[in-house]
Design a protein around this ligand. Structure first.
Ligand code: ADP
Ligand code: ASP
Ligand code: MG
Length: 409
């Protein structure tokens, strides 16, 4: 008899029929004698609908009020799920994040979980209830409703599993596991039976939204046994996130390809090549709470250099505004910038022991005539920035070049 936390995403609870289906699945786990905590997302499309509604009323919706509003999506599904479970003869009880209570910091729309009071849940579990908890939301010290950022229900699931010391956290979604890349872009993508925690962390941070990055961080910190599975299929082991490299049965050098269209690139031309310039440019960006991802500074000539970096697309216009006085002050020649870029990354722990991955990646892109605008590497990943219009082609070609469609020997 195990304690299991199951999280069901938006598509898995997108209609009354699907909610009843999930309830039947939960009932089967219950019948096997397991204790269950179930985390649900809002019905598919609901969070987007609420966000759009808010923007119709206020151009830049007030973050506190936005959280009050978007958290309602999950409040609907927890109640519906409990009703469906009761209809099957089970004892069930729903809780909002605040009721649990899932305490977060006060960073509205991207709050971090600080602690979870799991006493109430334990009492319900002891009394044979299925406990149904709203994903994506919490409450700060002052009692304000907060939300955890898009995809945050994954994090609620893993954080609850950590707090309850659950035997496993199962993330049920609309694909049957973690794939070598997004199967919607590359139909030949292959499900991985296992992926190391480190690789999953990179994949999530580089754009694979199958798991929210913070959920992977939580799993790593508290050693939560984490699995991704399909809510539409009865059978299948999904993908297990492993902590030991040698637990990883598949010994491919590259495990997957991640990509995102979330960034914008800014290049400052003709910057004086002297100490302190990078700080003068990026200091104000950091002060405005914007994250800088890639940075490239060219080799200087004639006392001048070019300086490029990327920021999140949401911060793009604001970054350009902040830079205007800076550019005047340092007497740079000008700015070129654009948000029609994409970042493609190959990820794999095998890179540590194998050379030549970067050149294989660059050759593949060259053969397709795709220009690389920026490069960054770490021990287990290589990322490039390219023109957005070539993104899908690049991902497909790299997937093929690294033979990711084939089971490794
Ligand atoms: P949920 O609503 O269940 O949280 P998400 O849409 O957040 O589901 O995440 C699942 C989606 O993630 C899949 O439908 C798939 O398109 C996308 N995805 C991106 N990269 C991958 C990957 N490497 N493996 C599996 N799915 C991926
Ligand atoms: N409903 C939220 C979202 O759409 C949280 C989640 O589904 O994980 O981002
Ligand atoms: Mg998700």
């Amino acid at each position: 008899m195990a304690l299991i936390v199951q999280k069901y995403g938006g598509t898995s609870v997108s209609s009354p029929e699907r909610i009843k289906n999930v309830a039947r699945r939960i009932a089967r786990w219950k019948a096997q004698g397991h204790r269950l905590v179930v985390v649900v997302s809002a019905m598919a499309g609901e969070t987007n609908r609420l966000l759009a509604l808010a923007r119709e009323v206020q151009n830049h919706p007030h973050p506190r009020e936005l959280d009050v509003m978007v958290s309602t999506g999950e409040q609907v599904t927890i109640a519906l799920m409990s009703m469906a479970l009761m209809d099957l003869g089970l004892k069930a009880r729903s809780y909002t994040g605040g009721q649990v209570k899932i305490l977060t910091d006060s960073a509205h729309t991207r709050a971090r979980i600080m602690s979870i009071d799991e006493e109430r849940l334990r009492a319900d579990l002891a009394d044979d209830h299925v406990v149904v908890v709203a994903g994506f939301q919490g409450v700060d010290e002052a009692g304000n409703i907060t939300t955890l950022g898009r995809g945050g229900s994954d994090t609620t699931g893993v954080a609850l599993a950590a707090a309850l010391k659950a035997d496993e956290c199962q993330i049920y979604t609309d694909v049957d596991g973690v794939y070598t890349t997004d199967p919607r872009i590359v139909p030949e993508a292959r499900r991985l039976r296992t992926i190391t925690f480190e690789e999953m962390l990179e994949m999530a941070s580089l754009g694979s939204k199958v798991l929210q990055i913070r959920s992977v961080e939580f799993a790593g910190k508290y050693k939560v046994k984490l699995r991704v599975l399909s809510s539409f299929e009865e059978e299948g082991d999904g993908t297990l996130i492993t902590f030991e490299e040698d637990e990883n049965m598949e010994q491919a050098i590259i495990s997957g390809i991640a990509f995102n269209r979330d960034e914008a690139k800014i290049t400052i031309l003709g910057v004086p090549d002297r100490p302190g310039i990078a700080y003068q440019i990026l200091g104000p960006i950091g002060d405005a709470n914007m994250d800088v991802d890639m940075i490239v500074q060219n080799v200087g000539h004639d006392g001048m250099t070019d300086f490029s970096f990327t920021v999140h697309r949401n911060d793009y216009q604001k970054a350009l505004e902040i830079l205007k006085p800076v550019i005047e002050h340092i007497k740079a020649r000008g700015v070129v910038s654009g948000d029609k870029i994409a970042k493609v990354s190959v990820v794999g722990v095998g890179m540590r022991s194998h050379a030549g991955i970067a050149s294989a990646m660059f050759r593949t892109l060259a053969e397709e005539g795709i220009n690389i605008e920026m490069i960054s590497t770490s021990e287990i990943k290589i990322s490039v920035v390219i023109d957005e219009k070539y993104l899908e082609l690049a991902v497909r070609m790299l997937h093929k070049a690294f033979a990711l469609d084939q089971q490794p020997a």
